[in-house]
Design a protein around this ligand. Sequence first.
Ligand SMILES: [Zn+2]
Length: 73
Amino acid sequence: MTISKIVLECPYCSQIHEAEPPDEFHSAYSIEKPIPRSYHGEVVKKKHRCRNPECEKQITIYWYAPLDYFNRM
Ligand SMILES: [Zn+2]
């Protein structure tokens, strides 16, 4: 399995961003805290700054391993 970048929209201005998962296990992401017990192990929090110069808001991405991860293998 290779790590592929994801594309997400800034929740404030819809600027498109690319983000890279911290590892192949944390393949799912959310810009809100995932619901407890909907994921394996730890959530990896990463902060991004919006690259739109008129926005520049900080976006927190929560990377997690979804519970169905092993079912998909
Ligand atoms: Zn923005």
